[in-house]
Design a protein around this ligand. Structure first.
Ligand code: URA
Length: 185
């Protein structure tokens, strides 16, 4: 049976597959261009995202917007989603069982978008989408070919807020992402 955005969103918003459904205000489905060439995947919604239902709207999201602007990747051209669609209490790391329960929603998003490039925002996303032993400090900015997709990871913007020394590396990675997008479309 063919999937659709309407069905996927309805399935996600009514999901009770893990305990996080009990504490969510909103399911944070994803936002952006449904035909995007590039998909950014974060970890899980935080407080602002839970309240608004939109990913990356807090301080980390504002920083991500600045990087997109700096390297000339229009926000309208990207899609942004998370591994988990519901907020873990007190922003703790997602549990493996929660990721397992939620990952099919992201897979369905990937199939509908069919992006050329997937960018993991942070370690948790990279460990799930690239490889379980991914080391963000060593391997950020490295490209992996996964099926039809070019996949890379960058530092999570929330980490950059805590450790601004990493901002230079982030800018270099984002410039390389822009070049990769331009070379594959
Ligand atoms: N951090 C994430 O990983 N995702 C969000 O949506 C917000 C903050």
């Amino acid at each position: 049976m063919s999937d659709s955005w309407e069905k996927l969103r309805a399935d996600c918003e009514s999901c009770t597959a893990c305990e996080l459904c009990k504490t969510r205000t909103n399911c944070v489905f994803g936002v952006g261009n449904e035909n995007a060439d590039v998909l950014f995947v974060g970890e899980a919604p935080g407080d602002n995202e839970d309240k608004t239902g939109i990913p990356f709207v807090g301080r980390a999201g504002k920083l991500l917007d600045q990087y997109l602007f700096a390297v000339d990747i229009p926000r309208e051209n990207v899609y942004i989603a998370n591994i988990l669609k519901c907020r873990p209490p007190k922003n703790r790391d997602p549990l493996p069982a929660e990721e397992d329960a939620c990952i099919e929603f992201l897979r369905r998003q990937v199939r509908l978008i069919n992006p050329k490039v997937i960018v993991c925002l942070g370690r948790i996303s990279a460990m799930r989408l690239i490889k379980p032993d991914f080391k963000i400090t060593k391997e950020h900015g490295v490209w992996f070919k996964k099926g039809n997709f070019y996949v890379t990871a960058v530092y999570h913007p929330a980490l950059l807020l805590r450790d601004p020394h990493k901002k230079e590396e982030m800018l270099a990675d984002m410039k390389a992402i822009k070049e990769k997008i331009d070379s594959v479309i």
